[in-house]
Structures are given as structure tokens and as C-alpha cells.
Design a protein around this ligand. Structure first.
Ligand SMILES: Nc1ncnc2c1ncn2[C@@H]1O[C@H](COP(=O)(O)OP(=O)(O)OP(=O)(O)O)[C@@H](O)[C@H]1O
Ligand SMILES: Nc1ncnc2c1ncn2[C@@H]1O[C@H](COP(=O)(O)OP(=O)(O)OP(=O)(O)O)[C@@H](O)[C@H]1O
Ligand SMILES: [Mg+2]
Ligand SMILES: [Mg+2]
Lengths: 226, 226
């Protein structure tokens, strides 16, 4: 579903240049749940953004369901993302002025679909936020905001879900509810999930763990257990 | 150092009212390291903000080094915070337009002191960010931003440090470096630390863990181990 070939990403220029990705090759098959782990600053968020078409690599290729993202214009890339990708940002990126319900419904509207109240409420209930839909992000706790971001990424039933540390702000039990939901989406609905995480317990829900160190792939673990 | 007496906090009114704290009594002695744990939405951030004078309870009393915070005006509260408190926010709250160095130096300036380049760079190095001081928050990873927020809270050597999930965005090793630093500040400098965390490993660095459930104190653990 997702393939990266020798992807490089450099920020800044000359003396100020920072190499975030230093030649990463990674394959993610459809219907699998892959975790990406590595030290702070090792390039995980950058990797996820390049894989999801939210950022362009400095070099190398990214394929999403066989489509070479470099051949797409910005508009085509935007449409592809809206149709097929869900993204949970490390800092949530919720719209402050909109309620949780409207934040969750937004990707449906952007994809040209008409949100049904039922589907928005169902996904909020699935992350334990039933009854909080009318609240705006500032009126919710950190872990509640994170769960709104997760619900928003899931509501379009995307082919590929990219999740950047989706349980970072959650206590153990709430985190496990979310991970169980993600596992179910893979096992039952055949969804593909790429999840960055620092938490070995979260990684244990995945089929495979890819390690990133200093912007390079540094080994793998199949069928991880905590 | 910090005492809360039957503190209540209600957000909103009438039908929309949400009780974030439902009568919390908690004592934190000087020179101790206390962790606060509990489910997402249980009131931990609210508790920390009331204890640090960043928010006013709906009822109950908060004492900081014997001073009843309700007797202080907004200006007096602000000065007290600048003199004696460091706060690491759950969402960092860095100033986007300022470099990491300037973000870290800001509390010194607000406290009327003149920041020395050495002290700003030392604290950035202590959290593993030597050489990244010139970068702005948007040019740093999630875990790096969190560490800038930690450095900023420590630079004034506050009497009491309040930290809201300070290792949430950090990998295990970086998190341990930060926790070791916090432990040292308590053991060597006699600092008082109140840390909200979801991570049992982080909690194991504390002298004591206080549990919060549905806005109420729900038990304690002395000398926790992971
Ligand atoms: N302005 C507000 N209006 C309404 N409810 C609010 C507001 N601010 C916070 N709350 C609610 O108060 C409760 C406690 O929030 P708080 O942020 O203290 O939780 P928390 O324990 O820090 O959670 P987390 O672990 O997810 O960060 C939550 O149910 C939250 O939704
Ligand atoms: N705009 C930028 N300019 C300069 N450097 C940048 C920029 N954006 C990211 N970086 C750097 O690229 C590297 C990789 O960043 P990235 O956000 O991918 O790390 P990460 O693995 O997600 O870290 P974390 O676990 O802390 O979230 C880091 O060293 C970061 O500081
Ligand atoms: Mg990241
Ligand atoms: Mg919180």
C-alpha cells in the first residue's frame, strides 16, 4: 500500500541544513499494521508526512497504492489524501473554533460527502467521547483532544491511516481501547495502519515494528510483544 | 510547599456544566517529587493549573509556601508565579516566533533578570538540545519542543516545578535522561516537583504517586516502582 524508496529529506540550507531522513526504504503491505519507533528527533514524523504526501522528500520516491506521488500536482495530491488517507498529527491540529463534532465531520465535507450525524457520533463514541461532541478543543483535556484527532482521521474510513503517536496523551486503559479499535480496523476491515509510537505496549499491537535512528532504517521486529 | 484544600472546579454552567475537580485535598512537602496519575479527563491538568495559580478554583483553597492564593490580586499572582514557579504545559505553549533560546530566556526576562547566554545554553544542553537553540519550534520535532518547554520551566530555578506530562513525547531513553535530571534537582537542589504523568516508569522516579479519578483523589502509592 505504501512504499518509500531511498527517501531523503533535508531542512534548511548549507551550514543550517538538518538531515531529517537519510535514505529510507520501507514497504508497507495492504491490510497490515506497522509501528515505527525511534529516538526523539530521529525522523519519524518527517517519514510519516512524506509517506502521506503531506511533505515532499528532497530525494527518493514515495508510492501510495502504486501511484508515484512525485507525478501528482498539489491539487491531485490533495484529492488523493482526502479520498484515501487519514492522518493523526502529533500535535493534533484541531480547528480551535469548531466543536469536536464539526472537527470530526470536516474531512467528510472536504471529500465532497455530506456528513451524517450518526457516523460522526459513532466514531466519537468509539474513542470514548460520547456526549462531548459539542465542546471545542480548548474545553477538552489533552487526551480528549487527541481522541478527537483520531476520530477525525477515521471518519472517512481511509484506505491508509497514518498515526503520529496516537496514544501519547492517553492513560493506559484509554490507550488500550484505542489500540484495540485500530487492531480491529485492520483485522476486520482490512485497513492499513502506519503508527509512530514511543510506547512498546502500543507497538505490541502491530504486526511489525520498523526502527528509525538518525534518519535511517535501523532494523525490524516481527510480531512484537511488550 | 503546595497545599490544596477541598478544591473544586466547574467549567460551564447549568446543563453544560462539567465538574473537573470534585473536592481535592492534597499536600506536597518541600523538596519532594510527587507524581499525579489518572485516566484521561480525570482533572490532572486542571489540578496542576489551580495549584500553580494559573486558574482559580470554583471552591476550596490553594496555598503556595503558606500563601493563600485567593488573597492575591491577578498582578500579585503573576509576580509570584514568575518568581517561584516553573510550569511545563501539556501542549508546550512555546512562542512560535521565537527561537528555542529566546523561548527559554523569556521567564528570566519576565522575572526582571537579565538572561546570561551561558545559563540558557546550559539548560538546553541538559535536555539534550545543545546546538538547536537557534531553531524555532516549528523546526523542531515534537519531543524536541517538549524539551524546550522543560528547559524554559527550569531556567529560573523555581521553588516549585509543575510538569504536565513532561515525557509524553519522548522515547524511553530521552525520557529517562529528563527524569534523572528532575530527580537530581530534587535530591541535590531541594526543588519541589509535581508531575502529571501517564507513564508508570516516569512515576517510579517520584517519592509518591497521588491518583485522581473523576476529579477526586483516589488513593496514593509511596515509593513507587515500575
Ligand atoms: N473549558 C472547559 N469547558 C468544559 N469542560 C472542560 C473545560 N476544560 C476542561 N474541561 C473538562 O474537565 C475535565 C478535566 O480536564 P483535564 O484537562 O484536567 O483532564 P486531564 O486529567 O488532564 O486529562 P488528560 O490526561 O487527557 O490530559 C475533562 O472532562 C475536560 O473535558
Ligand atoms: N523545518 C525544520 N528545519 C530544521 N530542522 C527540522 C525542521 N523540521 C524538522 N527538523 C528536524 O528534523 C529532525 C527529524 O524531525 P522529526 O519531527 O521527524 O523527528 P521525530 O522522530 O518525529 O521526533 P519526536 O519523536 O521528537 O517527535 C529533527 O532533528 C528536527 O529537529
Ligand atoms: Mg515526531
Ligand atoms: Mg491533561
Amino acid at each position: 500500500a505504501v512504499a518509500l524508496r531511498d527517501v531523503r529529506k533535508v531542512y534548511g540550507r548549507r551550514a543550517a541544513a538538518v538531515t531529517a531522513l537519510d535514505g529510507v526504504t520501507l514497504d508497507i503491505d495492504r491490510g497490515t499494521f506497522v509501528a515505527v519507533m525511534g529516538p526523539s528527533g530521529s525522523g519519524k514524523s518527517t517519514l510519516l508526512q512524506c509517506a502521506a504526501g503531506l511533505d515532499r522528500p528532497s530525494a527518493g520516491e514515495v508510492f501510495l497504492d502504486g501511484v508515484d506521488l512525485r507525478r501528482l500536482s498539489e491539487n491531485e495530491l490533495t484529492m488523493l489524501r482526502r479520498e484515501r488517507i487519514g492522518f493523526v498529527f502529533q500535535s493534533f491540529n484541531l480547528v480551535p473554533a469548531l466543536s469536536a463534532e464539526l472537527n470530526v465531520a470536516l474531512p467528510l465535507r472536504l471529500a465532497g460527502r455530506r456528513p451524517r450525524r450518526r457516523e460522526v457520533r459513532d466514531v466519537l463514541a468509539a474513542v470514548g467521547l460520547a456526549g462531548r461532541g459539542r465542546h471545542r478543543p480548548a474545553e477538552l483535556s489533552g487526551g480528549q483532544q487527541q481522541r478527537v484527532a483520531i476520530a477525525r482521521a477515521l471518519v472517512t474510513r481511509p484506505a491508509v491511516l497514518f498515526a503520529d503517536e496516537p496514544t501519547g496523551a492517553l492513560d493506559t486503559r484509554t490507550g488500550r481501547d484505542v489500540l484495540t479499535l485500530l487492531r480491529e480496523l485492520v483485522d476486520v476491515d482490512g485497513q492499513t495502519i502506519v503508527m509512530v509510537t514511543h510506547d512498546p505496549v502500543a507497538a505490541s499491537y502491530a504486526d511489525r515494528v520498523a526502527f528509525l535512528v538518525d534518519g535511517r532504517a535501523a532494523g525490524e521486529l516481527l510480531d512484537p510483544d511488550p
